[in-house]
Each structure stands twice: as C-alpha cells, then as structure tokens.
Design a protein around this ligand. Structure first.
Ligand SMILES: [Cu+2]
Length: 137
C-alpha cells in the first residue's frame, strides 16, 4: 500500500514538472514595460575652434592665437624638428610635441585676456625665447 502511494506521488511530481516545463508561459511573464528612456547626447563640438600650430626652433607658428571665450578649443600641434613642449599655465596645459605626430590639446577658455604659452622642453640655445600668446576674447 505504501509503495502504491509513493509511486502515485512520484508520478504526480513528474507529471507536474513535465507540465510546467512544457506548458506555454503565461503571457504576463513576458510583459516588458519601458518606464524611462534617455537619449544621451554626443559630446558637443558646437563652435569648436580648431587651430593648427607648428613648433620649430625657436618659434610657434602662429605665435599669436586668437580664440573666443566659452567655446571649446582644439590645438593640433606638430613639430618640424625636435621634441618641443606646449605649456599654457593659465589653463593647466603642458604637453610634449613629438616629431612625426600630431599632439592634440583641448580646453575651453573660461576667461578673457592674453596668456603666454611657451616651449616646455629644452630644445636648444633659443629655447627660452620660444613663446607666444593666446588671446581670448
Ligand atoms: Cu624648447
């Protein structure tokens, strides 16, 4: 008698799990609600001011760069001879300009005025005189 009950229970258990696995899931299990959708904007390049600057012993060309305040600036720096540097202390910039590649400096000037930039890598006897001005209007 006990054996018959066990067999019945086992059969019920099997039937139940087989039914659960094979049965079609209830529709509401697949209900997906979109509560919030955000559109993430790409970084803004609106008004980007792109300026190419050549560094060579012992000058920057151009040596006066004029930009507008509050708009992003991208300087594309290249060297025509040896490794130079581009230091613009007022905006916390100091980058090496290696020969044979472009060095990119990006910043947004948040104040107006004239600010000195200079070579920050010793490049020869005229190194100290290798400088220019950033004019932010
Ligand atoms: Cu230098």
């Amino acid at each position: 008698m006990k054996k018959a009950v066990l067999v019945l229970l086992a059969a019920l258990f099997w039937f139940n799990s087989a039914w659960a696995m094979g049965s079609a899931p209830k529709k509401e299990n697949y209900k997906v609600e979109i509560l919030k959708m955000e559109v993430v904007p790409a970084p803004s390049t609106a008004g980007l001011q792109v300026i190419k600057v050549i560094a060579k012993r012992y000058e920057f060309i151009p040596n006066a760069i004029e930009v507008k305040a509050g708009r992003p600036v991208r300087l594309i720096l290249t060297s025509e001879d040896v490794t130079h540097g581009f230091a613009l202390k007022e905006f916390g910039i100091d980058k090496q300009i290696e020969t044979g590649k472009e060095t990119i400096v990006e910043f947004t000037p948040d104040k107006t005025g004239a600010f000195d930039f200079r070579c920050s890598v010793f490049c020869g006897l005229g190194h100290m005189g290798m400088k220019g001005k950033l004019i932010v209007k």
